[in-house]
Design a protein around this ligand. Structure first.
Ligand code: NAD
Ligand code: GLY
Length: 364
């Protein structure tokens, strides 16, 4: 196997698993077949990714009883209805308790496939084969699975860890530029929350990452995954530290909703949300202006948004932030930071300060 392949362990006792990162992993059948225990496998993918990569996966399923289940492309298809259909497809395959689901795609496919695996016979194995940068550095690692309801995103789900994650970086060659950059936001987020040395490394390699240099990319994915693996090992079910991974999310969700989920991709909204969280932290005296400036510069260098889309209003955004899942007993609870590499959960955040930050951002 190529020495550019990186392996990172997620330590969770007898549910531990390895995240492998590098070029050509989908074709390294011998490697990922080790994670399959039974005679049945079902690949879940979508209508965009399947024509590109499905055949390369199914070539590795020789000798097994297997099928594939495809959903249409898009967040709205991360639905209960599709989980129901996937479960019917498993029944049709005759899948037993030792069957394995393979999730081939971005976070939408990964979340839905993982939740399907959590439900079938009260939980079967699944392998994540992420094909977006966001899925490689975030959603495929850590076992959060689920689907959306009309009432809101990710309202239904389960913690169900994969048996292996195979991140084939060759697949990123077909990823649209905007999706790629949105994935970089999740890389920067990990460094901003808890790894100052990584943040400095990103500052040195921002241009290489923007240009998709493969050495820089594999190193960045590996560092972000290593950071997340540590957090998940210490706090699998988000009783404390794992919540820090949501830096920028309360602002970001408000931006996504205000833009009807079309103005900004999730990663773009997280990038802007992090910047707003940094500005708020600075205003509250928790961090220095230089940290905000460095975050702003790094986001800008990799082509992520640093301004709010025209037409959005501070009062609307604040109202949306109050609806966030992290809001407790009517008081705003946000992930803020004490500068690069140090985030913390702050309850009872002063709404006047939030309004001031939003108003300033909406008028510039
Ligand atoms: P996505 O799955 O919608 O993928 C983005 C787009 O890229 C889609 O159009 C997809 O078809 C396309 N695509 C995927 N791989 C491709 C490739 N290699 N070449 C060309 N096109 C490709 O979006 P995403 O950003 O990967 O994931 C977002 C989802 O992840 C959301 O549903 C979010 O809630 C979820 N998420 C989950 C977690 C978690 O911990 N479980 C964390 C973050 C986000
Ligand atoms: N994406 C946040 C988490 O996995 O906890």
């Amino acid at each position: 196997m190529s020495d550019s392949i990186r392996h990172i362990d997620v330590a969770l006792g007898d549910r531990s698993y390895t995240v492998s990162i590098g070029p050509g992993l989908i074709d390294d059948t011998a490697q990922w077949r080790k994670a399959l225990r039974g005679r049945h496998a079902m690949v879940i993918s979508n209508s965009t990714v399947a024509p590109l990569y499905l055949e390369r996966v199914t070539r590795g399923l020789d000798g097994l009883s297997w099928s594939s289940f495809l959903i249409d492309d898009g967040e709205t298809h991360k639905s209960f209805a599709n989980v129901g259909r996937a479960l019917e497809a498993l029944a049709h395959l005759g899948a037993t308790r030792d069957a394995c689901i393979i999730a081939l795609g971005g976070g939408v496919v990964g979340d839905l496939a993982g939740f399907t695996a959590a439900c079938w016979m009260r939980g079967i194995d699944f392998i994540q084969m992420p094909t977006t940068l966001l899925a490689m550095v975030d959603s495929s690692v850590g076992g959060k699975t689920g689907v959306n309801l009309p009432a809101g995103k990710n309202l239904v789900g389960a913690f169900h860890q994969p048996r292996a994650v195979m991140a084939d970086t060759h697949t990123l060659a077909t990823l649209p530029e905007r999706e790629y950059r949105a994935g970089l936001a999740e890389v920067i987020k990990g460094a901003a929350i808890g790894d100052r040395a990584f943040f400095e490394w990103l500052e040195r390699h921002a241009d290489a990452l923007a240009a998709r240099d493969s050495y820089a990319l594999i190193e960045a994915i590996a560092r972000k995954v290593a950071y997340k693996a540590g957090v998940v090992s210490r706090d699998e079910t988000e009783q404390g530290e794992r919540a820090l991974l949501n830096l920028g999310h309360t602002f970001g969700h408000a931006l996504e909703t205000a833009g009807n989920y079309t103005a900004m991709l999730h990663g773009e909204a997280v990038a802007m949300g992090m910047l707003l969280a940094a500005r708020l932290s600075e205003r509250l005296g928790m961090s220095e202006a230089i940290d905000t400036t460095r975050l702003h510069a790094l986001l800008e260098r990799v082509g992520l948004p640093t301004t709010i889309p025209a037409g959005m209003q501070a009062d609307v955004l604040l109202a949306l932030m109050r609806l966030d899942k992290k809001t407790l007993a009517g008081s705003l609870r946000l992930i803020l930071w004490r500068g690069i590499g140090r985030a913390e959960i702050v309850a009872g955040v002063d709404e006047a300060a939030v309004t001031a930050v939003l108003t300033e951002a909406c008028t510039h």
